[in-house]
Design a protein. Structure first.
Length: 288
């Protein structure tokens, strides 16, 4: 079995200010999206960045940053920490204590895209199709941040790449072990599974797919469908949130429940996108 490297979640400290790796991962994700968007906007010709300027990329990334942070925090509190809101509504503002939800962040980004599209008089999915391929590297960075924080572990397993956690730092994973135990049982590193699937694999597929002409909504639909499939699958080996547990059937998690609408939306968008494309083509042998 592998041993968790026990990385300090604080990257560096400036006086009383502690800079955490998790926060730096968000900055890396936003920077990657901005650089990729700028690169596509700078390419000549009718490629995926056609009609986009550097200023537009700057704006859409700024709008998206606000959407991710506000939506991610609010989503986490409503989906996973509603009891904390009831205890003290000001807990919503305590971002430094951790707790961000991808699904909440997605809702925030969708609102940001809508506002951006309205400002520039673009169709919603014109913007969504441009933004979708820029997102996965940010998801990759965020999951690496989860790994460094030592959170979102999977179930116990005996696969060769399973990781044991030091009991001194993670006593909650050593419950029931002898008092002298140094390490937890081996666990699935589910954060790394998600980093690979939701991050790297999703990025490669979307970047390739969007590099060629596609009908409007297709890129957005593929993002929703693939993310949904990857997230739903990894949830089977990831431990559910301790204060929520399984919602039904002894396997359905909150993450899976929130992912189901994404799967449905992805299928609908792809079906409509390619259905409209087929309908717009003239029938074989028709004269113009």
């Amino acid at each position: 079995m592998l041993t968790y490297p026990n990385i300090d979640p604080v990257a560096f400290q400036l006086g009383p200010l502690k800079v955490h790796w998790y926060g730096l991962m968000y900055l890396i994700g936003f920077a990657a999206a901005w650089l990729l968007g700028r690169w596509r906007a700078s390419r000549p010709g009718p490629g995926p960045g056609a009609g986009w300027t550097a200023a537009m990329v700057d704006d859409v990334v700024f709008y998206s940053v606000i959407g991710v942070i506000a939506g991610g925090r609010l989503g986490y509190m409503f989906f996973y920490g509603y009891d904390q809101i009831l205890a003290n509504p000001l807990n919503v503002l305590k971002v430094w204590e951790g707790g961000m939800s991808f699904h909440g962040g997605l809702i925030g980004v969708l609102i940001a895209i809508g506002l951006f599209a309205r400002k520039y008089r673009l169709r919603f999915f014109q913007v969504g199709d441009f933004v979708a391929p820029l997102v996965p590297l940010g998801l990759f960075a965020g999951r690496i941040g989860n790994f460094i924080n030592g959170e979102l572990w999977g179930h116990a397993t005996w696969v060769p790449w399973a990781m044991q956690l030091p009991c001194a730092r993670f006593p909650e994973y050593c419950v029931g072990l002898p008092a002298e135990a140094d390490f937890s049982p081996p666990l699935h590193p589910s954060q790394l599974y998600e980093a690979g699937l939701e991050g790297l694999v999703l990025f490669v597929v979307l970047w390739w797919f969007s590099s060629r002409p596609r009908p409007t909504m297709a890129v957005s639909g593929l993002f929703l469908l693939l993310y949904g499939l990857f997230r739903f699958a990894v949830e089977f080996v990831r431990q559910p949130d301790a204060h929520i547990g399984y919602l039904a059937f002894d396997w359905l998690t909150m993450g899976q429940l929130l992912t189901l609408p994404m799967l449905l939306a992805g299928v609908i968008l792809l079906t409509v996108a390619y259905g409209l494309q087929g309908a717009s083509r003239p029938a074989d042998g028709a004269s113009g």
